[in-house]
Design a protein around this ligand. Sequence first.
Ligand code: GNR
Ligand code: NI
Length: 189
Amino acid sequence: MAILPILTAPDPRLKKKSLPVAAVDDELRRLMDDMLETMYAAPGIGLAAPQVGVLKRVIVLDIDREEVKTGPLFMANPEIVEASDDDVSYEEGCLSVPEHYSDVVRPATVRVRYLDRDGVQQEMACEGLLSTCVQHEIDHLDGILFIDHISALKRNMILRKLLKARKEKERDAAEGKPAAKPNETAPAP
Ligand code: GNR
Ligand code: NI
């Protein structure tokens, strides 16, 4: 298995629509396993293939909360076949939008149809955090980030900050400064 680099916004690959997979074969299972390892290492509770630069309709999830403990879930060609009329708001984050969080309103429960790691079609009723997360991941497959669900003002502010943080990182790297870990300020010069 391998930990893959995660793309961060703004990146044109995160805006593209991913293509359905023809079949779940060994090569795709290797991608799924690498994505799961990458997600655990991040750490995150979900990851979509475009976040690692692969424009295929594949997501992985593992929700571990008191109410819902799913274990690792692998989904190819996931589709929402039913969504509740009632909505819920949840404060979302995204590994591709590091260190920014916003409330996003989505259907409270969904029913998702997908191919599992063995290529067998499954359906799953999702509620709570699992429902939010599966919708967030399927959005990635359509080139949509959680910041596309918030006001343009907030979105542009976040994108500007992300770009600035990236430029500072690139400048520091060019000057040979060590990279700061996430949630850690750069060492004093
Ligand atoms: O790790 C993640 N946490 C999270 C929290 C609230 C709503 C959605 C998510 S998904 C995110 C990982 C990620 O970016 N998946 O695409
Ligand atoms: Ni995300």
